[in-house]
Design a protein around this ligand. Structure first.
Ligand SMILES: [Zn+2]
Ligand SMILES: [Zn+2]
Length: 174
């Protein structure tokens, strides 16, 4: 999975090429679908290291830049995330010139996701949650109850932080 450099390679692995051509053609016609999918195939696919998001689609103005996926997901979750991001790509690439912004998960995006057979709430991956827990580091200790606070990053400096459970002062560990 990790050595896919373009979205097209992952689409091949999931055997989604013909399916996408049919579904996108049904919305936009064969020619336009072929053109859009060719662009999707060549889109860079990047390995995201984020543990709080499963994937993302990035663009600048009208130009698609990349799809990023967190590859530490179960296969089915990865497939769902891919469909989710492809729906973003299709939604963005079919914007009319006078619509410069859309709700990221608005009606038109939902319509694409449905077209692709994607699931609305696929944001849960047990593997990702485990990865998240593994990345948590102890960052502070409560002066009052002695509890250890774990976070992905250390607490921002220059402020006093109180332990939510007991109200004690959190002392940063270095
Ligand atoms: Zn999204
Ligand atoms: Zn405490």
């Amino acid at each position: 999975m990790l050595n896919c450099r373009f979205v097209g390679e992952l689409l091949e692995r999931f055997d989604l090429g013909a399916f996408l051509q049919i579904q996108v053609s049904a919305e936009l016609g064969t020619e336009k679908a072929r053109e859009l999918l060719a662009r999707l195939y060549q889109l860079p696919l990047k390995n995201s290291r984020a543990v709080t998001r499963l994937g993302s689609y990035s663009f600048r103005d009208a130009k698609p830049l990349a799809i990023r996926l967190q590859f530490a997901q179960e296969e089915e979750s990865l497939r769902q995330t891919l469909l989710h991001e492809i729906a973003h790509f299709l939604d963005h690439q079919t914007l009319l010139p006078n619509q410069n912004s859309r709700q990221p998960h608005g009606r038109s995006w939902q319509r694409w996701l449905e077209r692709l057979g994607g699931q609305q709430n696929s944001g849960n991956s047990a593997a990702l949650q485990q990865l998240y827990r593994q990345r948590l580091k102890p960052v502070a200790r409560c002066k009052n109850c002695g509890a250890l606070l774990k976070r992905l990053r250390r607490l921002p400096r220059g402020r006093r932080w109180l332990h939510r459970e007991c109200g004690g002062l959190l002392v940063p560990l270095d």
